[in-house]
Design a binder for this molecule. Structure first.
Ligand SMILES: [Zn+2]
Length: 379
């Protein structure tokens, strides 16, 4: 049976803000972004309730975010936010980082954090290394997408969010990919990839590759089949998205399922092993949000037109990198997105353009464009 698709619940035009988790640390910071989003014409929020393998909500599986340490234990940011947002005309989507779980040089304070509890789940590069913080192409610690225990764990985490917060309008995945094509070469990945390839090689070839893998080259199987190795890794991420979709629709068929993705689908599939066009066309996700963060409006426009075309009728929301451009430049990009036929836009991020809620200047300058028709008057 075809899953019921929640696409019809998308606003006719989605005008969204990404709200980073540092705005979830107190009741007043939550009230502030709701108030500003409504005042300046937005109709949807992607609110980051899972940042680094932690929880800005009540979780049985992940530790409470360290940034909530000074708040009373009963303060549940997501619950508070949903209760405040009721009747405000704002969709609330839970923004969930998937495989990316840590980005500090020290270990998490909680021994229950996945990095401390299950270090064997951490994704590795070809030299079997990982890094704690952002450097080069890697943002920090990722979990291994092919590890069945990782997948089971993440599915439990996301099922709990969907079940515990039925008022949510959507679930929004981020970092649902590898850091780059230099990951993951952990022992589990090597073993599972070999297993997949076994039936496709002769006895003699198998013996030769195994000899080599046991001896001086642990990557013998991977190096022998580079195209298959990339396909296999793409399939690991896609299998997770498929299972997530099936599970989420079963729990709450009204949820709008989406993901923030690398803007060029071919580059995403090749370099991040993130085959999002496939997820969208298969209706596993209801929409995607390509992060078209280029400062040049012509580039953003070109990317928007291309993804709308490639989405084959599925709705696409365009992410705009407002944090690094002027209000005028954001206005130009909103116009370009509207011309492209996309279903709306999302600005990254509320926190950056309001200085954590302290300034309304940026929002005031773009307000006319965000909601050109706030009082329903004919234009
Ligand atoms: Zn791995």
């Amino acid at each position: 049976m075809m899953p019921r698709v929640a696409r019809h619940r998308l606003p006719e035009e989605m005008r969204a803000l990404w709200v980073v988790r540092n705005s979830l640390v107190s009741p007043s910071s939550i009230e502030r972004f709701l108030e500003l989003a409504a005042r300046y014409g937005f109709n949807a929020l992607f609110v980051q309730v899972r940042g680094r393998g932690d929880a800005y909500y009540r979780s049985s599986y992940e530790p409470r975010a360290e940034a909530l340490a000074s708040q009373p234990a009963e303060f549940d940011p997501l619950d508070y936010l949903l209760r405040c947002a009721e009747g405000m005309g704002l969709q609330v989507h839970a923004w969930l980082n998937v495989f990316y779980v840590w980005s500090q040089p020290r270990l998490p304070r909680s021994s229950q954090h996945v990095v401390s509890r299950s270090p064997q789940w951490i994704a590795r590069d070809a030299q079997n290394r990982y890094q704690m913080t952002t450097a080069g192409k890697v943002e920090g610690v990722y979990l291994c997408p092919s590890n069945p225990n990782v997948r089971t764990h993440l599915l439990k985490v996301f099922a709990e969010v969907a079940q515990r917060y039925p008022q949510l309008d959507g679930l929004h995945l981020d970092y649902v990919r590898y850091p780059y094509e230099g990951y993951c070469y952990c022992a589990g990945c090597r073993a599972r990839f070999r297993q997949t390839m076994l039936e496709r090689v002769s006895e003699a070839r198998r013996a030769q590759l195994d000899r080599s893998a046991r001896g001086r080259n642990p990557l013998a199987w991977i190096e022998a089949f580079p195209a298959e190795w990339s396909d296999w890794r793409r399939e690991q991420v896609s299998a997770f998205v498929w299972a997530f979709s099936r599970q989420s629709r079963r729990i709450n068929p009204n949820l709008i399922l989406s993901a923030a993705v690398w803007p060029d689908p071919q580059a995403a599939a090749k370099h991040k092993l993130q085959d999002w066009l496939h997820w969208l066309r298969s209706d596993w996700l209801d929409t995607v949000v390509p992060m078209a963060y280029d400062k040049d409006t012509a580039v953003v426009q070109h990317q928007a037109v291309r993804v709308v075309e490639q989405a084959q009728g599925r709705p696409v929301i365009i992410g705009i990198g407002a944090w690094q451009i002027s209000p005028d430049s954001t206005i130009n990009k909103i116009r370009a997105v509207r011309r492209s036929g996309a279903r709306g836009f999302s600005l990254f991020s509320y926190d950056a353009i309001t200085q954590d809620g302290k300034s309304e200047t940026y929002l005031r300058q773009i307000a006319r464009e965000v909601a050109p028709n706030p009082f329903g008057a004919a234009e």
